[in-house]
Design a binder for this molecule. Structure first.
Ligand SMILES: [Zn+2]
Length: 437
């Protein structure tokens, strides 16, 4: 007897939608944590019921608008104080640089999703903008109207969003993004995250931490005034050997030199657009030698790039932007030997301690990828927080404080696409595309 189509109910549609969400988000159960206590305790997060993964996730491809859930108005981050508790013991991490494909994907540690650093660009920033010829906002904007976006937003409310910016090239757009955070999220400080970890107390719902990697001068000139105006705390991770200099970032320098006649033996073959990728893939001594060869052979020197000074770092801190360690020279730690990994972290640590009068407590992995040797050095030095560039949301109580996920964003990102990044939908969609490729 044929089955009646009338049995297709709203609830079954909802189940299918949830199945898509589950397949896309690849979220694991939240970490085991003591429930919040005290008068400010919030209700435990409500998670959708577990749904089996479908054989092939169906991603909506139309742009049909749907009514989205109104965002929650955020509350101000409470005043925070420094915490002296030691970092917690950490679980073993995947080998640096390992990013196996879906077929070879290793089983994650209990309660721990595998880390898949965004592979392109410095700190993975290139990966945000997608492949050449595919304007990121054109690709991401339609996701804002995807039927699953409200579900992603609801789930994201129970996650920690750490935004990883680099420079601020569009102050107006950046201001609009901050307005959005003020309206829809709960901006928190680095210290608040540190205290939540130390006290095993989940952060408030919709918590967002704003961070900047590499910290060029636009963080001081453009980002800081916008942050102060909206009372939004942040953190900036600096490359210590550039502070007080006019040296450009090494990846900018290499690109300039290669476009002005620079040659290096290791870079003789291959398309110029692959220069950065090739340099990053080399053992670090080879990268340094190739850079030197480019400097010697190029017919022009790159223009200077005014960097932040030690006094600027103090000004940022006083304005609510905590300063963190991003190594001495921003190598790919996975390409360095053990001694270099240690020297890169401790050298920056000592310089920042000297300039700021106190040791930094947070570190951002250059290139975004976790390195187990780096984590060991960070633990020795008393670091409380370490940040990846894996383009993921994390739990409101970070279970691995030296491996905290971040979302890659850019000051030019439209607010529509910004919403889909904050909700986790755009990152999930990108992961699904990568896995399907
Ligand atoms: Zn960086």
């Amino acid at each position: 007897m044929p089955q009646s189509h009338s049995t297709t109910s709203t609830s079954s549609l909802t189940d299918r939608t949830r199945a898509v969400v589950t397949a896309l988000t690849d979220l694991r159960p939240p970490p085991t944590a003591a429930p919040p206590t005290g008068p400010t305790a919030r209700p435990a997060p409500t998670r959708p019921a577990a749904v089996p993964h479908p054989p092939a996730p169906t991603v909506p491809t139309d742009g049909q608008p749907v009514v989205t859930q109104p965002g929650n108005r955020g509350t101000r981050a409470p005043a925070t104080r420094a915490c002296s508790r030691p970092a917690r013991a950490l679980a073993p991490a995947p080998a640096p640089g390992s990013a196996p494909g879906p077929a070879a994907r290793p089983a994650p540690a209990p309660g721990r999703p595998p880390r898949r650093p965004v592979p392109d660009g410095v700190d993975g920033v290139d990966g945000v903008d997608g492949p050449a010829g595919c304007p990121a906002d054109a690709r991401g904007a339609w996701l804002r109207f995807a039927p699953v976006q409200p579900l992603f937003r609801a789930r994201a409310a129970q996650r920690l969003a750490v935004l990883a910016y680099h420079g601020v090239t569009d102050p107006r757009s950046f201001g609009a993004q901050l307005d959005r955070l003020r309206r829809l999220a709960t901006p928190v400080s680095l210290t608040a995250v540190q205290e939540a970890v130390a006290e095993r107390r989940p952060l408030p719902a919709r918590s967002v931490l704003v961070t900047f990697d590499d910290a060029d001068r636009s963080v001081l000139t453009h980002a800081l005034p916008a942050l102060i105006e909206r009372d939004i705390p942040a953190a900036a991770f600096v490359i210590s050997e550039l502070i007080g200099t006019e040296r450009p970032f090494w990846w900018h320098e290499a690109d300039f030199l290669a476009r002005h006649g620079g040659r290096a033996r290791s870079l003789d073959c291959g398309h110029p657009s692959q220069l950065l990728r090739r340099l990053k893939a080399m053992p670090d001594p080879d990268r340094r030698r190739s850079l030197q060869e480019l400097r010697v052979s190029a017919d022009r020197r790159p223009p200077g790039q005014e960097q932040l000074t030690p006094a600027d770092l103090v000004a940022l801190r006083e304005g609510g932007v905590a300063i963190g360690n991003h190594t001495q020279g921003h190598p790919c730690l996975g390409r360095c030997d053990d001694a270099t990994v240690r020297a890169e972290i401790t050298g920056a640590h000592e310089a920042l301690t000297r300039w700021l009068g106190e040791p930094p407590i947070a570190f951002a992995y250059p290139d975004g990828g976790h390195d187990v040797r780096a984590e060991s050095v960070l633990q020795e030095l008393g670091y409380r927080l370490g940040f990846l560039s894996d383009h993921r949301l994390g739990p409101r109580l970070p279970s691995h404080p030296l491996q905290i996920s971040r979302l890659q964003v850019d000051s030019t990102t439209s607010t529509r696409r910004f919403d889909t990044i904050l909700s986790g939908l755009e990152p999930a969609y990108r992961r699904w595309r990568g896995q399907a490729a």
